[in-house]
Structure formats: C-alpha cells, structure tokens
Design a protein around this ligand. Structure first.
Ligand SMILES: [Zn+2]
Length: 193
C-alpha cells in the first residue's frame, strides 16, 4: 500500500521547489518536442531512461507500450489542439518504446487473454495481439498503425524504439520523417542485437 504521509511530504518538497512554475505554455507544447508511449512497467519510465524533466514530454503509458485505441484518441485530440491553437507549431514527435522482458507476453496465452478480456469487457483476440515478445517487431507494427490511423497531423514524425531493461539502453528501430510518409530503417541493420 502507498504511504500517504510520505507522498504528502514529497509533494510539499516539490511545491516548495517552484518546478511547477517552470513549464512550457500552453501545456500541450513540450520543451523537448516529444510524445512518448511506453510500458507501464516501473522499469520503463521515460522520465528515467530519457532523463526528462517536468514539461519535457507528453507521456502515455500502456501495457507493453502498445498503441491502443485510447492512445490514438489522445493523439487525435493533441493534433487538433496544435492545429487549432498553434498551427505554426512547434510540433512534437511520437516516440513509441517497446522493451525487452515485457510481462505482456502472458497475453499470448489464450486462457489468460480470455480471463482478462472478460474482466475488462474487451475482445480477447485483440488483447492477445498486444503481447510484446519481439519488441523490434511489435514497435514497427505500432508505428505502422499510427501512420495508417489518420489520428496524427501530417506534421508529426513517428519513431519506434526498443529499450533493453538489462542494459538501460534504448535503440532506434525506425522513423518516419515529418511529412515524408516513408518509413526508414534507423539502426536496425547495424545494431549489435
Ligand atoms: Zn512491459
């Protein structure tokens, strides 16, 4: 269970630091121009592995770092915000990060997917498809899903990365340049594996 008094003490320390006053405005514009999608796994916090500070990035965390319908809806919302309120930009890049040793692999077991889907009221087959056993493959799948969805403004570049939890290192797998519409292999061919 969470230690509520400890959380209150941490928050008092944070508020007294003034960090909340040093953020970009309006709130949907980030200092680093990033929207990061990462797994809920506590080892895969992008604030840690990209050394991000408050206001540096928009962050969505899902099981496996998968691009879910909820993530697509959020990106459609943000695309609308920038297009309608700050059409000249600056824009942000969507960075999708999948990782090694992801617990989502158990979703590939039909009985597990069926049980969880029943609880959540979602489709078991769709849920099973979210298992991340080969992060290089699934991150490419999700970048393709983003590009095909129509949720994103054409000004938004998309890249796929893999985070190695044992090494603490991220590796770029593929990237679509802003407006180019083409997917280019990034470090896939020269990566050490
Ligand atoms: Zn994970």
């Amino acid at each position: 269970m969470a230690d509520i008094s400890e959380l209150r003490a941490r928050n008092r320390h944070f508020a007294s630091s003034g960090a909340h006053l040093r953020v970009p405005s309006p709130a949907f514009l980030t200092r680093q121009g990033l929207f990061v999608v990462s797994c809920v796994d506590p080892r895969t916090d992008p604030a840690a592995f990209f050394e991000l500070d408050l206001g540096d990035a928009l962050v969505a965390r899902t099981v496996g770092g998968r691009v879910t319908p909820g993530v697509l809806a959020d990106l459609a919302f943000l695309s609308y915000l920038v297009e309608s309120r700050s059409p000249a930009g600056p824009w942000f890049e969507v960075v999708v990060v999948h990782h090694t040793e992801c617990a989502s692999v158990i979703l590939a077991q039909p009985e597990v997917a069926a049980l969880i889907a029943g609880r959540a009221g979602v489709d078991a087959g769709e849920l099973a498809g979210r298992a991340v056993s080969q992060p290089e493959r699934t991150v490419e799948e999700d970048v393709g899903l983003l590009l095909a969805s129509g949720a994103l403004s054409e000004h938004i570049p998309v890249s796929g990365w893999v985070y190695d939890v044992g090494r603490g290192e991220v590796r770029s797998v593929l990237r679509r340049e802003s407006g180019s519409g083409t997917i280019t292999a990034a470090e896939r061919d020269r990566a050490p594996g």
